[in-house]
Design a protein around this ligand. Structure first.
Ligand code: ZN
Length: 165
């Protein structure tokens, strides 16, 4: 019987969740979008949450608090960078708190950054993840479980309804 399954490696998990900060502010939720589908045991979700879900059955709910070290990491001063004003296109109107896509100089890899401060000498960009340093409070409920297909195992992720390939 498939309803005897509990969360284990190589199963596709459907999960309803709400993510809150210490303040109680909701920063992410599956509500209105339908459950999140992911492949357990393949680092598709943060390690501190994935570990706590092992053994849960469909319909089971749990509150999980994840420390920064098991979530998006601690905030690091090394991730703050002063960039001269002339490195930005002139027509770009920068404001503090604004999110930017920046290309890493050596690799061309796109990075997400936030404008932390605009100063005379330049613009301080913050490359920390927006949730770095935060304790994450998840309220989760397992909505479904199924064995992964061989293709999903090969790709290392779940192929849900919205997954294009
Ligand atoms: Zn795939």
């Amino acid at each position: 019987m498939t309803d005897q399954l509990t969360v284990a490696d190589n199963l596709v998990v459907s999960m309803d969740y709400t993510l809150r900060l210490d303040s109680g502010e909701i920063v992410d939720s599956s509500e209105g979008r339908g459950p999140l589908e992911y492949l357990q045991g393949h680092s598709q979700i943060i390690p501190g949450l994935e570990r706590e879900l092992v053994g849960m059955a469909v319909g089971e709910a749990k509150d999980v608090a994840v420390a920064p070290s098991d979530g998006y990491g601690e905030r690091s001063a090394d991730e703050m960078q002063l960039v001269p004003h002339d490195a930005f296109p002139e027509e770009l109107k920068l404001s503090e708190g604004m999110a930017l896509q920046v290309r890493e100089a050596e690799t061309g890899r796109p990075l997400e950054a936030y404008v932390a401060k605009i100063q005379e000498e330049g613009v301080v960009l913050d490359f920390n993840h927006p949730l770095a340093g935060a304790t994450l409070h998840f309220a989760v409920k397992i909505a479904g479980l199924r064995p992964a297909t061989s293709e999903e195992l090969e790709h290392g992720h779940a192929h849900g309804a919205g997954h294009a390939h």
